[in-house]
Design a protein around this ligand. Structure first.
Ligand code: PLP
Length: 389
């Protein structure tokens, strides 16, 4: 099959690098290759680029330049937020972590590691069938022993937009640190750390047409933090290691472009989603997990075909040129049901029959119509097969 016939519906897993963004990165692979910490012309050139990238990101989210930290990706930013803030709070007698049941593995497993190895008490904030957190539960359980509350801005599996501001208020009322993973939300929502009340906020550039391996962590000025990566004094001592200047420059250029195009892209992508929903309504056995209204990202749809395992659906889709995934890309290959879908009330069987399609700015209506038909036909074949078994 020619690549031009393939349909990419996995933008929540990663997006293609924008050509202009690539151009903005190339000088830092060649002439401006210096180490941003070096005290000479080459170092200064790299440091200037890093400062400019920091300034762009900071201005975009209502932060100060000194509150922006570059990391090797969303996963590292999430790990730094959870381990760094929780360990710093433990020294102040706080040993509880409250996190939403919808968190990405990067947050969820960091918290579990702290429970297993460092005597933290970890509790998950339940989510409803739509994927939204139970704020009343959070309010009930948050107390003065709470070190950290983590509620993602939007779900990577269901697309649910969370009530971040309200969760932050509850956390702050107890003196806890509040962290929001905005990796999926970044291309679609205007995020301002002050309006959200975030002490920590993470981003990953490859979700908004920037490079992979380019993460950002906002850390509120004065917030007690411990570092994860020991080394030099880069990133104001919080993250050792020579900074990837090209990645930082690319992340900033990509975020700037994402903000400039946000309304236009959201409108286009939401319309594609609506069109897709209309097309799949011809196949009543395709169910929607969560929801598809305005409190969901325009890009994500979580689908289910009862009686057809997602691994089979996805591999048949791939054979017919449609790329999608089981939800969390990092869980690809294993057959465990998504713990997020289970938390949203699905049975194991239903969770194993669920998969995610996610749209992006390069999709066309023709692709969406074709993909819906392919998924419908695959569903028809598999559900007939399972009915005859
Ligand atoms: N957080 C969320 C919500 C994500 O969706 C992802 C990636 O899928 C990550 C964190 C991890 O980001 P990265 O791929 O940059 O490590």
């Amino acid at each position: 099959m020619d690549i031009s016939e393939r349909i990419y519906l996995d933008y929540a897993a990663s997006t293609p690098l924008d050509k202009e963004v690539l151009q903005s990165m190339t000088p830092y692979f060649s002439d401006c290759f210096g180490n941003a910490n070096s005290q000479h012309y080459y170092g200064r050139k790299a440091a200037e680029a890093l400062d400019a990238a920091r300034e762009t990101i900071a201005a975009a989210i209502g932060a100060r330049d000194s509150e922006i930290y570059f990391t090797s990706g969303g996963t590292e930013a999430d790990n730094l937020a959870v381990f760094g803030a929780a360990r710093a709070q433990k020294k102040r007698g706080r040993t509880r972590i409250l996190l939403s049941a919808a968190e990405h593995h990067a947050v969820s497993e960091s918290a579990d590691a702290l429970a297993k190895d460092e005597n933290f008490e970890v509790e998950r904030i339940p989510i409803d069938g739509g994927g939204k957190i139970d704020l009343a539960f959070l309010k009930r359980v948050a107390d003065e022993r709470t070190a950290l509350v983590a509620v993602m801005a939007a779900s990577n599996e269901l697309g649910t937009i969370q009530p971040v501001k309200e969760a932050a208020e509850i956390a702050h009322a107890t003196g806890a640190t509040f962290f929001t993973d905005a990796v999926q939300a970044a291309p679609y929502l205007r995020l301002n750390v002050k309006e959200l009340g975030a002490d920590l906020l993470s981003f990953s550039a490859h979700k908004f047409y920037g490079p992979k391996g380019a993460g950002i962590l906002y850390v509120k000025s004065g917030l007690p933090m411990e570092r994860l990566i020991a080394g030099g004094e880069q990133e104001r001592g919080l993250r050792g290691g020579t900074v990837n200047v090209a990645a930082a420059a690319g992340a900033a250029a990509a975020y700037k472009k994402a903000l400039a195009e946000m309304e236009e892209n959201n409108k286009k992508i939401r319309a594609l989603k609506q069109r897709f929903l209309r097309e799949i309504s011809a196949y009543p056995f395709i169910k929607i997990n969560g929801g598809d209204g305005d409190d969901y990202l325009p890009s994500i749809l979580n689908l289910r075909i009862d009686g057809a395992e997602n691994a089979a659906v996805l591999s048949l889709m791939d054979l017919r040129g449609v790329a999608a995934s089981a939800g969390a890309a990092c869980a690809g290959g294993d057959v465990l049901p998504s713990r997020v879908l289970l938390a949203a009330g699905l049975s194991e069987e239903q969770a194993k029959s669920s998969f995610r399609v996610s749209f992006g700015k390069h999709n066309t209506e023709e692709e969406i119509v074709r993909a819906a038909k392919i998924i419908g036909e695959i569903g028809e074949t598999l559900t007939k097969k399972s009915a005859n078994e």
